[in-house]
Design a protein around this ligand. Structure first.
Ligand code: GLA
Length: 384
């Protein structure tokens, strides 16, 4: 079934009118640079062909009426009293509240959304929805905000309203993505550049563990706190340091290795991962995909053993991929503790890869993995 007509029908039957706007807002992949964004480091993400679609229309009163089409759930409320519900509606409400706090006057809103971004797969369905809501409201009410302002609102909403202390990568990739390109993003300055992804005969394949461990949010916030603790410790010796972005392995070796091996491993991972992104960008520019793939494996090792945000299912998928012919690199992607691995696979090896990974994963875990061959698409945009 085509999603757009289905959302349009749902909108029509719920509100007895057609939606004013349709927004498409994509999920993201990240080639390399994990858990570096909140350390003011570097990332290399892209928007993909898994997106959320949002049908919206303004109301004449101050009511809010949202429909989550995929799960057939409804939220009703008022723009005058926005508070967290601990449900999917918070991804919409949080953005509306941020807009109000920024001084914008909003009216009521009707919306229906649905999409093909599996929730909890680490493809940033929440950032996609937040971006879609900001983008739609900006268009509907003529708020005059640019993309950067909108994606910052999405992050603020997730940090303050939803309560997840995420970095800026997901919103940035979803909002700023460009078809066929990866984004080289400096999360300190937010300077960015698009690099064409020229990997002839190679595809980006996601393998979904189909698990989501409950550790996700608490461990994510703990890692952030550990990084901040490492920075505070080093500031005693190097007052100019602002974040792990400013830290070198030599500094860590000298001051943290002996005194706090635990923080040393956490901070060491981030410092090395930042360097891997820079090396990875150079490898892509030199068309050396084999070297890039090795950096992906090294990233996974660090995430699994030093940063400890992997899980048995992610480790299994990466180790199975390593032993498959035609695979150039593989690693876990996103926050960790479940979700997807990202793999670079030669086109001519794709069928065998799919067959082998699917059957081996099932044999070892009793779960079906879900594979997706990605296309790199444009960021959040108006469909019509
Ligand atoms: C999640 C967060 C991002 C980023 C990644 C890890 O996806 O939302 O901000 O920190 O984890 O790289």
């Amino acid at each position: 079934m085509d999603l757009l007509p289905a959302l349009a029908n749902s909108f029509q039957s719920t509100f007895q009118e057609a939606p004013t706007l349709f927004i498409c807002s994509p999920g993201r992949v990240n080639l390399i640079g994990e858990h570096t964004d909140y350390n003011e480091g570097f990332v290399l993400p892209a928007a993909i062909d898994k997106a959320i679609y949002l049908a919206v229309g303004p109301r004449t009163d101050n009511k809010l009426h949202f429909v989550a089409y995929d799960i057939q759930k409804t939220f009703t409320g008022s723009i005058d009293h926005i508070e967290p519900t601990k449900s999917w509606a918070d991804y919409i409400l949080g953005v509306l509240q941020q807009l109000q706090q920024a001084g914008h006057t909003l009216r009521g809103l009707n919306c229906v959304f649905g999409g093909a971004i599996p929730m909890g797969a680490g493809l940033s369905s929440s950032a996609a929805l937040e971006n879609a809501v900001g983008f739609a409201t900006n268009e509907l009410f003529g708020l005059g905000l640019d993309r950067l302002a909108l994606l910052r609102l999405s992050q603020k909403s997730e940090n303050e309203f939803v309560g997840a202390k995420v970095g800026i990568m997901d919103m940035f990739a979803s909002m700023m993505g460009r078809a066929g390109h990866v984004i080289k993003l400096d999360c300190r300055s937010l300077e960015y550049a698009y690099a064409p992804l020229q990997m002839d005969g190679i595809r980006i394949v996601l393998c979904d563990t189909r698990v989501k461990h409950s550790l996700v949010t608490s461990e994510y916030n703990t890692r952030r706190a550990e990084c901040e603790a490492g920075v505070r410790y080093l500031q005693v010796f190097y007052p100019e340091i602002k974040s792990l972005r400013d830290v070198t392995m030599a500094m860590l070796d000298e001051h943290l290795k002996e005194s706090n091996p635990h923080l040393y491993r956490r901070c060491g991972y981030v410092v090395r991962e930042n360097q891997r992104v820079l090396n990875g960008v150079a490898a892509l520019e030199a068309d050396d995909i084999a070297a890039f793939g090795q950096l992906m494996y090294a990233s996974h090792e660090g995430l699994s053993h030093e940063y400890e945000v992997s899980c048995p299912e992610l480790d299994l998928l990466v180790s199975m991929a390593r032993h498959q012919p035609g695979v150039l690199g593989a690693r876990m992607m996103g926050g960790g503790f479940g979700g997807c691995t990202i793999n670079l696979v030669r086109e001519d090896a794709l069928d065998a890869f799919t067959k082998e990974i699917t059957s081996q994963y099932f044999a070892q875990t009793g779960k079906d993995t879900y594979l997706h061959v990605c296309k790199i698409e444009d960021g959040t945009h108006l469909v019509r």
